[in-house]
Design a protein around this ligand. Structure first.
Ligand SMILES: [Zn+2]
Length: 250
């Protein structure tokens, strides 16, 4: 009896070690061609894998590990080395872009609603216009050929939000006076994150040094999380304001 218990424990120890060890990682030149999108990340590439092995990569260190754990676009980063190759990769990237567009759209609609609270017809037109811009943004983002074009896809939405902020700044738009600062910070962080991502900073200056931690894509992820937090704080201010505000003539 005693012997069986001992054996089971030995087996358990072995499988746990197996889980954390992971496969032999590849360098840039030997990595799958569709994963060679950042030439400043030199090592830590996972080999082509099955679904199961992709999932296993949640438990050992590789160059997408930080990206998986710092973001909502988990599927893109987790399964980008799936054995389906480039077609699977492209589909995952599309889903990732649609996700970014959804956050941009659902996050902005309440801002539009509150800014144009006292102008019902303009409000409806603005919300519809923003939805159409979002659709156009998704189309551009999923057909974009480079990171730069992908970032540009979100420019019209950002410009629209900027116009809303200007309306608030000039007193024409409504909303809590405190929230505007938070929304500006939100967009500044998102833009800065996008710029860091396309400029490949800091790894451009020291290729290989940021393969696992703190490369441009991870910094962008962190800035996007912060940006969403600022949206949340701004919206809390606006919702508190909304409870006590009345439009003229109400
Ligand atoms: Zn990402």
């Amino acid at each position: 009896m005693k012997k069986v218990v001992k054996d089971t424990r030995a087996h358990l120890t072995f499988s746990t070690m197996d889980l954390f060890a992971g496969p032999k990682l590849l360098d840039f030149k030997n990595s799958p061609p569709h994963l060679q999108f950042n030439k400043y990340v030199l090592t830590g590439y996972r080999p082509i894998s099955t679904y199961r092995d992709c999932l296993r990569s949640l438990f050992y260190l590789h160059n997408e590990f930080g990206n998986i754990y710092t973001h909502g676009s988990v599927f893109y980063h987790l399964f980008m080395n799936h054995e389906g190759g480039a077609p699977i990769y492209d589909t995952l990237l599309c889903f990732d872009m649609v996700g970014v567009c959804l956050v941009n759209t659902l996050g902005a609609l309440p801002i539009i609603y509150i800014t144009l609270l006292c102008y019902p017809s303009s409000r409806r037109v603005a919300m519809l216009a923003y939805l159409l811009l979002s659709g156009y943004g998704v189309h551009c983002a999923v057909t974009a050929r480079s990171n730069v074009h992908r970032l540009q896809s979100f420019a019209w939405q950002a410009f629209f939000r900027f116009l809303l902020f200007m309306l608030r700044l000039t007193g024409t738009g409504r909303g809590s006076p405190g929230s505007l600062r938070l929304y500006f910070t939100m967009d500044a962080l998102a833009l800065l994150g996008g710029l860091v991502n396309i400029s490949r900073l800091p790894e451009r200056f020291s290729p290989g040094r940021f393969d696992y931690w703190l490369n441009s894509h991870q910094i962008m992820h962190i800035m996007v999380i912060l940006s969403i937090l600022y949206l949340h704080w701004g919206m809390l201010e606006d919702l508190t304001w909304l409870k006590v505000h009345h439009c003229p003539g109400e």
